[in-house]
Structures are given as C-alpha cells and as structure tokens.
Design a protein around this ligand. Structure first.
Ligand SMILES: *Cc1c(COP(=O)(O)O)cnc(C)c1O
Length: 425
C-alpha cells in the first residue's frame, strides 16, 4: 500500500500548475477593440427614446441570445443578480409576498427576494440532483406564495416541468435560474427557457462570460417590457412609454455596456464547445471514480443533459471509514485541485438567522404586509444541511482546463486515498 502524501509519502500530483479556465481569445479581443475604436461604449438613455433599448452591440447580442436559446425576448443586464431582481420585479410581487427558493443556491437569489420586500422561504433540495425538491416546494406553499426560484444547480435543470405544473395549479410564477447551466437541455429545450421568466449569468466564473453580465429570457411580452423598464430607470420612462401599471416601476441601472455585449456575441459562439469539454471531463471522472465504494457520482435526471459547472458527488459515510474532512485533506495533499466540500446553505446565513436585512428592526419580516413568522431554524432543510455538513464533495470543473492526464491523475489520487488508511474498501 502506497504511503499517503498527508503521511509523508509522495503526492500523486506535484509536477504542474493546473491551467485555469480562460474562454477569452483573439475573437473577444478584436470585438472589444472595435467597440473601443468606435467610441460608443454605451448608448442607453434612461427615458422613453429610441435609445431606451441600448446600443448596436447590446441589440445584436440580445437578438443572437434569443435565437440561440429559442426565446422571444433576451434582455441583457450587468449581472444575473440584477437579472433576478428585474425578473422578480417583472412578475409584480407585493411586499410581504413569499418566494420559495432552494436552500442551496447563490445568495443573490435570496437577496433579490428581499430587495422587493418579499419573504424568502427555503425549500429543501433533492439528494441526488442537489436541485430544489418539488415536494418541499409543495410543503412550503402558503396563501402568500407568489413565486418560486428554480435553480439549475451545478449544471442541470431542476424538475422544471413538475414545478411549472405546481405553479399553474397554485397560481404562482417560476423564475428559472440557469446561471450554472447554460446550454443544458431539459426534454430537448434549453434550461432557463422553460418558465415564465429565466436567465443566465455572464460572470467570469461561468461557462461563458463577459467579466460581469447576465441575460433575462422570457416569451412573455409583458414580462420582457417590465424587465426592460426595471433595467433602465423605469420611473422616468413610464409616462413617456404610456405605461399605466406603475407597480414596482422604481427602476435601476442594470444596463450592459457595448464592450461586454460585443464580447458576449463571441462567447455565445463558443458555448457549445465549452459545454462539450466539461461533459467529456465529467465522463472521464465518472468512469474513473464510479466504482469507488461510498462515493456516488453526479446523477443526471432522465430527459436532462448536464453541463458540469460543478461535478457534484456524494459520500456515503456508512461505507467509508474516513470522514469527509480527512478525505479532503488527503486528496489535497495528493495534489488534487478544485475540491469543494460544502455549499452555502442559505437559511443558515446570519441575515436569516437574525432576520436582519433593511435596517436592524427585522424588516421586512416584521412588516404588517408579511402574514406569518417564517422559520429559518437549522433542521428545516435536512437534506441540504446533511450534504453540507458531511456528505457533499464536488470538483469545480468549470474553473480549470483539465487535460486527460490531469483528470487521470485526479482519479489515481482518489483511488490511492480510498485504498489506504485502513479504509474498508
Ligand atoms: C452566479 C450565480 C448567480 C449570480 O450571477 P452574477 O452574474 O454573478 O450576479 C445567481 N444564481 C446562481 C445559481 C449562480 O450560480
């Protein structure tokens, strides 16, 4: 039995710097440079005017995005955090309305709900896909539920068809967050596009990016119009544009610049290739690691494709003698990069534990518009909590450009750790 690096043995991987993922090439340099040469870095005007919808690159990017994803409307924004805020505002929530979201997602989802003075309600996740569990959504419905944020966590769609039918039956809207799943398919349609409103992040951590940026997508013209208004100073546009429903029409500046849009057009051309490279890396890991006892490979739901923003695995403690912390320390010592052994379990953040958001008096939870005392105690999302505490183990596949040799060496390191230290396998 080979001595583990953590016990003084030779690490499996010691001879290289792993290559960081970089999707930017000469095409983006050329696109950005030509915008700079034009002198037009933005063309938005925050009033009802022909430039209300932005400049030529923004328009071209949006039209390319809508064509690619097969949606009626694509609305570029300066981040997907902004996009979630605009998308929820477009749905026309009232203060105190409840919006259900998964315990596992980026904090921006919960913050966006609070920004409309609405109440986040956390649903548990599915233990196999890590996405929001529709049963838990159903269990958390109340008379005040107006929306659900369905997050396509780690790169595959949530159970969007079932969520849509719950939405139809119970009269709420779905916002589909496909930030981590651009190009993933659900029953032949693109993740993010199978809901009232959805969208994508173009932040530099994601498969394709513009540094910062995002896109809201919808087939609903009213949602599109309201999102465009929220993006661009709605309050000063409504009268010129003849908008009569001015509810939630206090706008923001969420506008994307021309340089980012020009880069986005080029990035979109590369999406397919970037997705395939992650899928190939994931398959290599799956073949190499799939047989290790007590280590479950990412599960892909029937009808879904997965784009592996994260290669999310699960440890089964009953089959392994080592704790997760010991496994992770041993793998890191062997030179394995990109390991992640927990995920933000949002209801446990101080903002929710203390119910402090706007000011320090408990607003919006204590507001007269809220109808009940929502529970954020540890224990409300047992699956997410247990995965976070002891069972989840992921590889950040999107952050690196792993070669086949890199992947094979990562597999070797896992096998070495698994077969050592009195592990019963
Ligand atoms: C990245 C991400 C966001 C936020 O996107 P930004 O463009 O960084 O604001 C929201 N939701 C999920 C699931 C994400 O992964």
């Amino acid at each position: 039995m080979e001595k583990l690096a953590i016990n003084g043995g030779n690490p499996v991987i010691s001879d290289r710097e792993f290559q960081r993922y970089n999707s930017i090439g000469p095409e983006e340099v050329e696109a950005a440079t030509s915008v700079l040469r034009s002198g037009v870095l933005s063309k938005f005007i925050g009033a009802w005017h022909e430039d209300f919808y932005g400049g030529p690159m923004v328009k071209e990017f949006e039209s390319a995005w809508a064509d690619y994803f097969g949606v009626e409307h694509a609305i570029s924004v300066n981040s997907w955090t902004s996009g979630i805020i605009a998308g929820l505002g477009a749905i026309d929530l009232q203060p105190g309305d409840e919006v259900i979201l998964p315990a596992w997602t980026m904090s921006a989802c919960a913050a966006a709900i609070l920004h409309w003075n609405c109440i986040p309600v956390f649903a548990d996740i599915d233990p196999e896909t890590f996405c929001i569990n529709p049963d838990s959504v159903e269990a958390n419905l109340s008379v005040r539920t107006r929306a659900v944020i369905a997050v396509d966590l780690f790169g595959q769609s949530a159970d969007i068809y079932r969520l849509n039918s719950l939405a139809q039956k119970n009269g709420f809207a779905i916002l589909s967050d496909a930030a981590q799943a651009p190009g993933a398919l659900v029953q032949g349609r693109y993740a993010g596009t199978v809901a009232k409103v959805g969208g994508f992040s173009l932040n530099y951590h994601k498969h394709i990016h513009t540094g910062e940026g995002g896109v809201v997508v919808t087939d609903d013209p009213l949602i599109a119009e309201r999102a465009q208004l929220l993006r661009n100073h709605a309050e000063s546009v409504v009268s010129g544009k003849g908008i009569t429903n001015i509810s939630n029409m206090i706008g923001f500046n969420f506008r994307m610049g021309e340089i980012e849009a020009a880069i986005g057009i080029q990035q979109l051309h590369k999406l397919k290739e970037k997705v395939i490279s992650r899928q190939e890396a994931a398959e290599r890991l799956r073949v190499g690691l799939g047989g290790l006892p007590g280590l479950l490979m990412p599960s892909v739901s029937p009808g879904n494709t997965h784009v592996y923003y994260v290669f999310g695995m699960t440890l089964e403690p009953e089959f392994i003698d080592l704790s997760r912390a010991e496994i992770v320390a041993a793998l890191r010592a062997e030179g394995v990069p990109a390991l992640v052994d927990r995920y933000p379990t949002l209801h446990l953040l101080p903002a929710f534990q203390k119910k402090i958001a706007f000011g320090n008096q408990g607003f919006p939870w204590v507001s007269e518009f809220a109808s009940r005392d929502v529970d954020y105690a540890k224990g409300i999302c047992p699956v997410a909590e247990r995965l976070n505490d002891e069972m989840f183990l992921g590889l950040l596949l999107c952050e690196y450009e792993f070669s086949s040799t890199d992947l094979d060496d990562i597999v070797t390191a896992f096998h070495k750790v698994w077969h050592s230290n009195g592990n019963n396998c």
